[in-house]
Design a protein around this ligand. Structure first.
Ligand SMILES: [Fe+2]
Length: 552
């Protein structure tokens, strides 16, 4: 052993002190004297051998060095060399002469932040940081920086809290470097020197030693509460931003386009009210143009019916006039409630299929059907406006779910300035309207179990249910009439004006009469009468169809 390794060191304490004085680093001295840096450190600080592992990965690293008041070093920074007293005295004199100047603490600017630098160093070269309790400042030796950097106590404690994951989500190195303006390379050393890790308490070593346990526990509890609150706010804000983005997208892609179009092209007009007597008993009407299927194409030779775009327009006009003529016998209605959608269009896309992709026989192209269907709906509404104000209740169908949303937006834009048209703004599949003493529910009826409708209404509209004496639900989809008293809720399955096509004819679903209906709602007594206008050339009447599984 004795004959191997580095030759025995020949450097003395005095030589080390002299070299340090001229500014050489420990490694440079070791190289110059051909000895190890440890030897140089031992010569420089002969009493510090027991603390060799302080600040590294040994057991001492788990226990941060005891805080040392920087004032101690102010008075002991001459202890590096016992033999340099003369020179030290000279330096002290010079220091006193430039005392005013030395009050100006050195600084350096790193990534936009000005850092205080301390000229004060301790007599232990392995000591990497000092805490000045009086000024509440930390002085930390960062390798690569000329002088120790100074951080305030508040800043140091904030770094401890930010990097700890005990009270909440810990910040990353990059986040802390950004938030505290500290270069990342400095920060890595800083955390290591102060023993700050993710799983460490969010307190500085000095706080842990000096503050009462109960006080720390209380602080930790409050930090956790704050973390929960912050996380909750972040989540809420994320949701808000998501919704705002959706709305922005909708506004740009649909609303603004429709509004611009409406402002340029929608004429300013109002249908003239027909002279009618005042109804002796105030009433409203629920008009039910369900399952109109505009654009359906039926050829008489193969379907037994003829149904074209023009013929279905004629049908609707004829039966609307017929029903209005029946209604006005009672005087002018207070309002006319109209579920809209509910297979108003026969197809839902440019491929000529239903919403779920079933191909259909058409009269015209899908684009013609959509374009004309929108305009014809306005024409239909204007017929009704000659009699009474109208309320439009959305009712998306299974043939045209998406197009019915476009229909709603179209009607909202068209009637945006008209106070005699109220449109219930909803994208739900079941929608409700309180009409005097009656709660009206409307849905197409393709997805929901019809026997669930009363309980759905009671739960979805608890308040309105309690405020009204009468409740009715109207559905379509099966193109046939059924009236049921379902536990006190009147459920009316509406007929359709549309004719059977090849598909219906093939399966024998062509027995229902083509008809349109309206329900008369007395202001107090609720549903008191029905008006049905049916096509007269049918020889069969499809009343009380029990097989509800028939698809429309
Ligand atoms: Fe239908």
């Amino acid at each position: 052993m004795s004959g191997r390794g580095r030759p025995r060191a020949s450097i003395t304490r005095e030589q080390v002190a002299a070299e340090l004085k001229v500014g050489l680093k420990v490694k440079q001295i070791a190289k110059k004297y051909n000895c190890s840096p440890d030897t140089v450190e031992r010569r420089a600080n002969p009493t510090g051998r027991a603390d060799k592992r302080v600040g590294h990965h040994g057991s001492a690293a788990k226990t941060p060095p005891a805080p040392v008041d920087i004032g101690t070093f102010k008075s002991s920074d001459h202890g590096i060399s016992d033999d340099a007293e003369t020179e030290a005295a000279t330096e002290a004199a010079e220091e006193a002469a430039h005392q005013a100047k030395s009050q100006e603490q050195a600084t350096t600017t790193i990534i936009g932040r000005q850092w205080l630098l301390s000229k004060v160093v301790g007599n232990d070269l392995r000591q990497r940081y000092w805490y000045n309790k009086d000024q509440d400042r930390y002085i930390t030796v960062i390798r690569g920086v000329g002088e120790p950097i100074v951080t305030s106590g508040a800043e140091h404690r904030a770094i401890c809290e930010a990097y700890s994951n005990m009270a909440g989500k810990s910040s990353t190195l990059n986040e802390i470097a950004r938030d505290f303006g500290m270069p990342r390379a400095w920060l890595i050393q800083y955390l290591h020197i102060h023993g700050i890790t993710h799983d460490k308490e969010p307190f500085s070593a000095e706080e842990l030693m000096e503050r009462p346990t109960d006080d720390l526990v209380e602080d930790l509890y409050n930090m956790k509460r704050r973390a929960v609150f912050t996380a909750m706010n972040e989540k809420s804000w994320k949701e808000t931003k998501k919704r705002a983005a959706k709305w922005d997208n909708f506004e740009h892609s649909v609303s603004r386009v429709v509004d611009d179009w409406a402002n340029r092209f929608v004429p300013d007009y109002r249908p003239q009210l027909i002279n009618l007597v005042r109804a002796p008993r105030p009433f409203s009407a629920v008009l039910l143009p369900m399952d109109f299927h505009y654009g359906k194409g039926s050829w008489f030779d193969e379907a037994g019916h003829s149904y074209t775009r023009q013929s279905c327009k004629d049908l609707l006009k004829f039966h609307t006039e017929s029903i209005l003529n029946s209604l006005v016998v009672y005087g002018r209605p207070t309002r006319i409630v109209v579920p809209f959608g509910s297979d108003w269009f026969h197809v839902d896309n440019q491929f000529g299929t239903t919403t779920r992709g079933t191909p259909q026989d058409l009269d015209g192209t899908p684009e013609m059907i959509l374009s004309e269907g929108l305009e014809f709906k306005v024409e239909f509404c204007d017929w009704l406006r000659q009699v009474a104000p109208i309320v439009l209740l959305p009712c998306p169908g299974n043939h045209d779910h998406h197009s019915d949303i476009a229909l709603m937006k179209y009607l909202q834009a068209w009637y945006r300035k008209d106070d005699d048209v109220e449109i219930v703004d909803s994208l739900m599949s079941r929608n409700y309207y309180v009409c005097d003493n009656t709660l009206i529910g409307a849905t197409h009826g393709n997805d929901v179990n019809l026997s669930d409708l009363p309980s759905l209404m009671a739960n979805e509209r608890r308040q309105e249910w309690a405020q009204t004496d009468h409740q009715i639900f109207v559905t379509g989809h099966i193109h046939g009439e059924v009236l049921e008293d379902d536990g006190g809720i009147m459920h009316y399955t509406c007929p359709s004006l549309s004719a059977a096509d090849r598909w219906h004819e093939g399966r024998g679903y062509n027995l229902n009469r083509q008809a349109m209906a309206a329900i008369i709602l007395d202001e107090e007594e609720g549903p008191t009468n029905f008006v049905v206008s049916a096509r007269q050339n049918r020889s069969t009447v499809g009343f009380n169809i029990k097989n509800r599984s028939r698809a429309a």
